[in-house]
Structure formats: C-alpha cells, structure tokens
Design a protein around this ligand. Structure first.
Ligand code: NAP
Length: 688
C-alpha cells in the first residue's frame, strides 16, 4: 500500500517509490511513504484561502457541532482503526488510549465549545477595562482566529490521539490545519484522515495531510501561521531555529521529551496504600504503550529507607509482565514502534547503566510470546537503580523512550525536590503521600518545573486518571526540556490558534464590534418590557430602567424571618454599629437581589423561560432602612442554543440608591424562547 497525502482537496501519492514502513510486530511491510511532488505552496494557499475562510464563516457553536459530528462518525470506524493499530506494536489497551482517547478529545472540545464559547466569531477576553475618567474611552481584549494555517507535526507514538488533540482546538478556533504524522506510524493517521474526509463534515480545505517529509513547508509560513510540534527536543530545536520561523516570528509550540518523575512521600512506607498505589502506577507507566509515552514515569524518586523494598517489589511485578504479539490477549506489553527504535532504546539504556545498576531486565535476552523476537521490535522492561542521584547526570538527562525507569533514592524532602528539578522541565509529575503537609511542600516546589502534577493518595486513587494521561480539560505541556509550551487545557488550547488584541474605543463602538454590551454603550428602551421580546427581537443594549422601592426595617425583619438569616448586622442596631463597615442595621444582600428581581421582573407569561443564575455578584455599598433602590437591566450578550430552540441572555444589572450610588452589580442569566419556540409552546397549549 502506498500512502497518499490529502492536498488541495484530493488524495495524491508520492511521485517516487518512497520508503517502506514495516510492522513493529513481524517486520512485514505495511505501506510505503513519500511526499515527493507535493505542491507545499499550493497547500498553504489552499488552507489560507479556502479552509480558513470557510471555517471563519462558522460560529464557535457551529464548529463545535462539527467536532461532535466528526467524533460520532469516527466511532463508526473504530474497528478498522484498532485492527491497523496492532501493526504499530500497540496492545488493545494501548490502542484505546490512542483511538478512543483521541475521539473523546473531539467530544470534550465540542461540549466545551458550546458551553464556554459564544455563538459568534469573536471571543471576548475578560471584562472591559476602564481607562478614562468619564468612561467614554474603554479597553476590551478580544480573540480572533489567526488567518493562516496550523501545521501540526506529530510524534509516532499516538498516531490518532496526537492528531486529534491538536485538531480539535485548532478547528474550534477557526483555523485550518495541515497534519504531518511521524512516518513510522503514518498509515494509521492516513486511515483516520480518509474516514474524516469521507464523512464530509469539515469545510473544504480545513484539513490536509502530508505523508512523508514536509519539504519546503516551514519556509512558506508567515506571521499568521502556527507550527505545533510534538516529538524529540532535538527535532524541536532544529525546527524552531528555521530561518523563516525566526524571521516571521511564526508562533511555534513544542511538546518534547521529558524525564518525568514520581515522588514517594516519606510517610508512604511499605504496607501503606500509597506505597501500593505508587508501585501500581510505576508498573502501569513502564508497560503501557511499551513505555513510549512522553508522560511516562522515567525517574522514581523514593525515600532511601524505602528504596530496597521498592526495588524488590517492582522487580517482582516486572518479572510477571508478558511481552509479545499485541494481538494476543494474553500479553501485557506489545512492541516498540520499529527495530530502529529498539536499537535507540538499547543505546540509551547503556548510557543510563553507566551511572546506575540494572536491577531488573536484560536488553538482549527475554521471552517473547507469539512472535519472532528478531523480526518484531520487542523489548522487555528494564529497571535501574542509581545510588547517588545527586551527583549522577544520566538519569536526569537521558530519555530511553521505552519500558525503562530508574529508582533514585532521596534523603530528605529538599533533596527530593532538587532531584525532581534536575529533569529541567517536565510534562507530568506525581506525588504519592497521605500527608497533606508533604503534598503541599512538594507540590509548591515541583509545580514551576511541571505542566501537570498529580497528587495521589487513598482518598482519590480509585477515581484518579493517573500520572500519564493528559486530559483535554487540563493543560498538557511543560517548561524547559518539555518544550516550553502548552496544549489542551480546555478553551486555553483554542486560544493558541487565535490572536489576542486589546481594542480601545467608545463603549458603543466596542459593543458593536464584540456583540457584547459594555457599560456606557447605547441603551434603548423598547416599547414593551424586554421580557416580552423573543430571542430574535431582543437587541444588545435593550434596557429597562425600573421604578424605585424604599427599603424599610419591616422589610429587613420579614426577610430575616422568611430566610432564617438573623445575622446581627441586620437585626441589632448596636451590634451593626460596632461593625467598622456599617453605620447601623443594613439590609441583607440577598434581599437586595430579591427586591431587584421584584422591580425588574415582568409577571405575565412571555418568552423568558427561566433564570438560571447570577454571575459576578458584588455588593458595593450598604443599604440602610429608608434607602430607595432602583434597577437598570441591559441586554448584554445573546447566545443562541440551536439544539434547544432557545437562547441564553445575559443581562447587565446595576442596583442604585437614591444618591445614584451602585449598591449591587451582577449579570442575570436567563433562557429566552425564540419566536418558533413560542409558537410551539402556544400551539401545544392550544392543542392540549
Ligand atoms: P522526532 O524524531 O523528533 O519526530 C517528530 C516529528 O517530527 C515526526 O513527525 C518527524 O517526521 C518530524 N520531523 C523530523 N525531522 C523533521 C524536519 N526536519 N522537518 C519537519 N519535520 C520533521 O520524534 P519521534 O521519534 O517521532 O517521537 C519520539 C519523541 O517524541 C520522544 O522523545 C518523546 O518524548 C517525544 N514525544 C513528546 C510528546 C509530548 O506531548 N511532549 C508526545 C509524544 C512524544 P518523520 O517521522 O517523518 O521523521
């Protein structure tokens, strides 16, 4: 099979014979790969002009719906992906991380996109900043999609997840992508891209694929493009120094290798649940994906007094690991990605062994079940022990990208932290302790050196997602050696494909640009109460100014009885006066919010279906008996929920007193029916 690239809307084979890709399990050729003859300049132009334009026409919600449809479509083809994944050396459990993990990332981004982003093409970032005395000139940060193409260069170990975890935030941001998978496992990525294209869900030009080398691609990029790289630090360093990347300040994100550590707390001695959890996690991290995980535990940092017991139990557990054909259900660990990779890992173990002792495993001789050990890239687990990790360098510098880890004993917590720092920046670290003081001390020391830290003890272990699993909700990345970048992290990951801009102007102009009402912007008082307007009729800036209501001591006492809140500041003049914030009895804050609702709510049946919460509530001045309050309510933001037939409306709300001072400010959140929904409701009522 000759792999094809998907370029400018069509599948194209390489112009030459290219290189053979061999099965990791039996060395049989799986495919040939070459990108010779591809028109990279044409691909970039096609992405920018066709793909980007198509994506930017969609709102965040439409793009999110697209991701969900894609995820559902890919679920239908899982069997094919699993079957081909075996050739990469992956067991069924390894493939689950790659295939199901990748598809679930699409689902999570779809759901977050609909819940956390507006149904619009511009994303408002934070509140408006008041930068003038009278408020006629304000600032507002926004995010808009970059106008170029995102070039995704991926590592060999997760051919599906590696693509989808970058694709989901990129497409949601409104940017097209050119995906370049690592050659050795590109056949699986190619199959998944074929299915994505066949599903015909993405706008034309949103996704292109390069099977083979990237040719002159990096030299064609400019300030509107993004390169998102995953792979070794050596390759990352080379690519980020490409003269064109430097000359055009092309945004370059790198997720690279990492000497991740797991630290055992001094309290977690043999016999405690945390010790057992630590052992389980280390065995899982060494064997899962045959240790070819960027987040895998490479450095086992444990109290010196526990290290002998630890080595003994780890060796015992590793001796039970069955290595062999990943298609065989009886094996625990499959193969490395290629014979070249096996040679590479052997060499790295030699370097590690120069400063440590191999306490379990043999890099040459081991049993392989149901496969030819010479033809498949099999490699059994290796455990090392380094007696003096403070003076050694190999365990902190050398990444053996396979089932290999080193035990590093520490004498006190300070030393444990110093050893962790020697990784010089990691993707993931974990701490095993049931002593929360130890957890805090280590977490604060380790956090600056890590993108993600997992704190495991008996209370959370059952539901823990583990040391090595990046989650779409949480950031993936790390400082220093880990690449110095970030991916995922929910909507944070989307922003990597967008430009943040500080807009400055009048509140009315910025409201018009952002579709987000800013205080000081135009206010229109509609002819009817705004609660009688359907979602379509309601306009940003539609405002209600209510009548006044006087707050009395009787109100305060009735509210205290009704709610049961008899706090002294509401009930006792003498005690309230002793409080430095008050001059006497004050109204309950929650009463002010309730009284405000009494002023602005329109009672008869209408399009407002429900109030689902308040945001950003602040009580800014005390309210005393005799104060007269009124409310201004302005339609601030409208978010249409296509799937429900209603929209969410956020109302900017200010409660002021007789002196015009703001006593409370907040956003009221409501659901408002569309005209169709109203007709549907009325029709149901009539037929009922
Ligand atoms: P690699 O050799 O650095 O390759 C990574 C990617 O870069 C591949 O797609 C490769 O393509 C491409 N590449 C290499 N040279 C290039 C060039 N001159 N121009 C453009 N692209 C180029 O890494 P790998 O062997 O695939 O992956 C293993 C490493 O990745 C390990 O060190 C591991 O720690 C790291 N990793 C990190 C993460 C993370 O999230 N941080 C995840 C997985 C793996 P070809 O295959 O065609 O050469």
């Amino acid at each position: 099979m000759k792999l094809e690239s998907f370029a400018q809307g069509r599948w194209q084979p390489g112009a030459d014979e290219g290189n053979a890709l061999l099965s990791a399990v039996n060395g049989v050729p799986v495919a040939r790969i070459s990108s010779a003859g591809l028109d990279f300049a044409g691909m970039v132009a096609y992405a920018r002009n066709v793909g980007g334009a198509g994506l930017r026409r969609l709102t965040f919600h439409q793009r999110a719906a697209m991701l969900k449809a894609l995820a559902k479509g890919l679920m239908e083809h899982k069997r094919d992906f699993y079957s081909l994944s075996t050739s990469t050396g992956a067991t069924r459990a390894d493939s689950w991380i790659d295939i199901d993990g990748g598809i679930s990332t699409l689902f999570v981004y779809s759901s977050k996109g609909r819940r956390e982003l507006p149904n619009d093409q511009v994303l408002v970032d934070g509140p408006a900043e008041i930068v003038s005395r009278k408020g006629s000139f304000v600032g507002q940060h926004i995010f808009t999609p970059m106008r170029g193409v995102a070039v995704h260069i991926n590592a060999f170990n997760f051919p599906c997840w590696g693509m989808l975890e970058k694709l989901a935030p990129t497409l949601l941001a409104g940017m097209p992508a050119i995906v370049k998978p690592a050659s050795s496992t590109a056949y699986l990525t190619e199959l998944m891209v074929r299915r994505i294209i066949e599903l015909d869900i993405l706008p034309e030009g949103a996704l292109q694929l390069i099977c083979g080398s990237t040719g002159d691609l990096l030299g064609l990029l400019d300030c509107q493009d993004v390169v998102s790289f995953t792979g070794s630090k050596t390759t990352a360093d080379k690519l980020r120094q490409h003269p064109n990347i430097i000359a055009n300040s092309v945004r370059f994100a790198a997720e690279t290798d990492s000497l991740n550590c797991a630290v055992l707390g001094p309290d977690a001695v043999s016999g405690t649940p945390e010790f057992d959890l630590y052992v389980d996690e280390i065995i899982g991290e060494i064997t899962s994906k045959a240790g070819q995980k960027c987040t895998a535990i490479r450095r086992i940092i444990a109290p010196r007094e526990s290290s002998a017991a630890l080595v003994s139990v780890l060796a015992e557990r590793l001796s039970q690991v069955r290595v062999g054909n990943p298609a065989n259900k009886d094996i625990d660990m499959g193969a490395l990605a290629s014979l070249a990779q096996r040679e590479e890992v052997r060499e790295r173990v030699r370097e590690l062994a120069a400063e440590g002792e191999i306490v379990f495993g043999d890099t040459q001789k081991f049993d392989v079940i149901d496969a030819d050990p010479e033809k498949g890239a099999f490699f059994a687990p290796v455990l090392l022990h380094c007696e003096n990790p403070g003076t050694a360098s190999a365990p902190h510098d050398v990444e053996a990208f396979g089932p290999v880890a080193t035990v590093l004993p520490y004498d006190d917590l300070d030393q444990a932290a110093r050893l962790a720092h020697r990784g010089a920046g990691s993707l993931a670290g974990s701490i095993y302790t049931h002593d929360d003081e130890v957890a805090r001390a280590l977490a604060l020391e380790l956090a600056p050196y890590h993108g993600r830290l997992v704190l495991i003890n008996r209370d959370c272990a059952a539901e823990s997602t583990g040391h090595g699993s990046p989650l779409p909700h949480l950031v993936h990345g790390g400082p220093g050696r880990a690449g110095g970048s970030e991916e995922l992290g929910g909507i944070r990951g989307v922003k990597h494909y967008m430009q943040r801009t500080a807009l400055q102007g009048s509140p009315a102009t910025l409201t018009a640009v952002t579709n987000h009402w800013i205080r000081g912007g135009h206010q229109h008082e509609p002819a009817v109460h705004p609660f009688m307007l359907t979602f379509e009729e309601l306009q940003i800036g539609d405002t209600l100014n209510t009548a006044e209501r006087e707050i009395t001591i009787a109100d305060i006492e009735k509210f205290a009885d009704l709610s049961g809140d008899h706090f002294y500041a509401h009930m006792s003049e003498a005690d309230a006066t002793r409080n430095p914030f008050f001059d006497g009895r004050v109204a309950h804050g929650y009463f002010i919010v309730s009284a405000a609702a009494g002023l602005f709510v329109h009672a008869p049946f209408g399009p407002v279906l429900a109030n689902y919460g308040l945001d950003n509530l602040r009580f800014t001045q005390p309210v005393y008996p005799g104060d007269r309050l009124k409310v201004r309510l302005s339609c601030k933001q409208k978010t249409y929920r296509a799937e429900h037939g209603y929209g969410e409306v956020r109302w900017d709300t200010e409660v002021t007193n007789q002196d015009g001072e703001i006593v409370a400010a907040y956003d009221v959140l409501t659901m408002v029916a569309t005209a169709d929904k109203m007709r549907e409701i009325m029709g149901t009522q009539e037929s009922g």
